[in-house]
Design a protein around this ligand. Structure first.
Ligand code: URP
Ligand code: ZN
Ligand code: ZN
Length: 471
């Protein structure tokens, strides 16, 4: 692996969230030193030169929604990637920073959740990391902890409006929003109406609709749209910013757009699965194979897919993250072949996120290259308080990817690096995989070869969130 010397990336097209230009990038001591059309650097004066002719040089991807080594207590399973395999997969897919999650135990503190999670991530991650704290048990102690956590680099808190013992109710949500708003925190919400989901699941099971395909009909778009609107309204009442996780439906996207238009500090993300898959994956005739596509919220009818692309292009959705929650088909997903409620929810996707948005967004003409960079790196950095990342500017961390825009890869589980036995995107041909991935100046994927050591990733600096500065 490269040491922290100097690196010149010569002759590529540098793409940022606002511009595209033929330029060299000089990296020194892990940071970007200079960017310009001809830096006049003698190759003998730098430790390494990467010839980027014909390639695009972009900020490394920032994925603010991953679930690595994430325990699902109810089902007694843990996501299949740990922080080594998951971040290796990320690096191969052009990701240089993740923000994962630390789960508050019932009766436990957020500070304990933070300390425990850091101990799990730090020895394994090969790229830089942060984590949101998932609040599951709201009490006076938790509310009192939040200010110090926000000021010490943990400004975002995940809440689930559904999901068994992780769910928090509206009474607790408004308290969290108020305290977050007061101290520069951001609530990041999984929005589905818990009463409706619980009712629909019970009804499906009572009617004998137990196979994997019924997962989707137990969580229809209205369930998501209602909870999204409620979360936004509560944020508006509390005067606090909010980020809506994994928007999948036109109704939810419309609530976000309407709220932004009336000046509410709301941001939203969607994920690649909702941009390239639709509800046709839930074909009852496919039997247990459908379990491979069980995630919450589920994929939607095709009109919603089009609405999400429109929302990305017009700015009403501001980021694309993966919601990487990988489970093996054999032995994990198959645990629910006869009862969809026993299928662990989630899809693998950290490695294919950038290539999917690149191929279906940029190469197909739906998004500009600049918008691609904004959605996958610059906006996530701004939204979650990462000051050193997501930009190609002197002084920023040298987190970069070099992508040959014409190189295409046919997706199979074997060409990917997650510890799972399938890919939801099997057979798709994707562009946008990096030839080189550079993290703080270290070349960690070098012409397709992993060169990073386990544990080299560092916790990222994060600052409190200014609602006026949301992307
Ligand atoms: O199905 C999903 N998305 N599983 C991961 C947990 C979550 O909802 O974010
Ligand atoms: Zn979620
Ligand atoms: Zn998630």
């Amino acid at each position: 692996m490269e040491d922290k010397g100097s690196l010149l990336i010569r002759g590529g097209t540098v793409v940022t969230a606002t511009a595209r230009l033929r330029a060299d990038v000089l990296v020194r001591s892990g940071r970007i030193d200079a960017v310009g059309p001809d830096l006049g650097i003698d190759e003998a004066d730098v430790d390494r030169v990467i010839d980027a002719a014909g390639c695009w040089v972009m900020p490394g991807g920032i994925d603010t929604h991953t679930h690595l080594a994430h325990p699902i207590g109810r089902l007694g399973v843990t996501t299949a990637d740990d922080f080594y395999t998951g971040t290796v997969a990320g690096a191969f897919g052009g990701v240089t920073t993740i923000i994962d999650f630390g789960l508050q135990e019932q009766g436990g503190t957020l500070t304990d959740a933070r300390d425990h999670r850091f101990g799990v991530i730090d020895p394994d991650a090969i790229i830089d990391f942060g984590f949101h704290l998932i609040v599951t048990d709201v009490n006076e102690g938790v509310l009192a902890e939040m200010g110090d956590l926000i000021r010490s680099g943990f400004p975002s808190f995940k809440v689930y409006m559904t999901y068994g013992d992780k769910k928090i109710g509206d009474d607790d949500l408004i308290l969290l929003l108020e305290v977050a708003g007061e101290h520069g925190g951001l609530i990041y919400a999984h929005c589905e109406n818990d009463c409706a989901v619980t009712h629909l699941i019970e009804r499906h099971l009572a009617e004998g609709k137990t196979g994997p395909a019924y997962h989707a009909t137990s969580r229809p778009p209205a369930v998501e749209a209602e909870a999204t609107n409620r979360a936004i309204m509560l944020a508006e009442l509390a005067g606090a910013p909010i980020c809506i996780a994994h928007v999948t439906s036109s109704g939810a996207a419309r609530h976000v757009a309407d709220a932004r238009a009336r000046g509410v500090a709301v941001a939203a993300e969607t994920c690649p699965q909702y941009l390239v898959l639709d509800s046709s994956v839930y074909d009852p005739g496919a039997g247990c194979e459908v379990a491979k596509f069980v995630c919450s919220p589920p994929m939607r009818e095709h009109s919603h897919v089009d609405a999400l692309w429109d929302a990305l292009a017009d700015g009403s959705i501001q980021q694309v993250s993966s919601d990487h929650a990988p489970f093996r088909y054999e032995g994990q997903k198959t645990g629910g072949c006869d009862n969809f409620t026993q299928i662990p929810n989630g899809l693998p996707g950290i490695e294919t996120r950038l290539p999917i948005v690149f191929t279906e967004g940029v190469a197909s003409g739906r998004l500009t290259p600049e918008r691609f960079v904004e959605l996958t790196a610059t906006a996530p950095a701004r939204l979650f308080g990462l000051t050193e990342k997501g930009r190609i500017e002197p002084g920023a961390d040298a987190d970069l990817i070099v992508v040959d825009p014409e190189r295409e890869v046919e997706i199979t589980a074997d060409v990917l690096h997650s510890d799972v036995d399938y890919s939801p995107y099997e057979g798709m041909r994707l562009k946008g995989f990096p030839t080189w991935t550079i993290s703080r100046g270290d070349v960690i994927i070098d012409n397709g070869v992993l060169t990073a050591e386990r544990g080299r990733g560092r916790q990222v600096e994060r600052i409190p969130i200014d609602p006026a500065n949301l992307p």
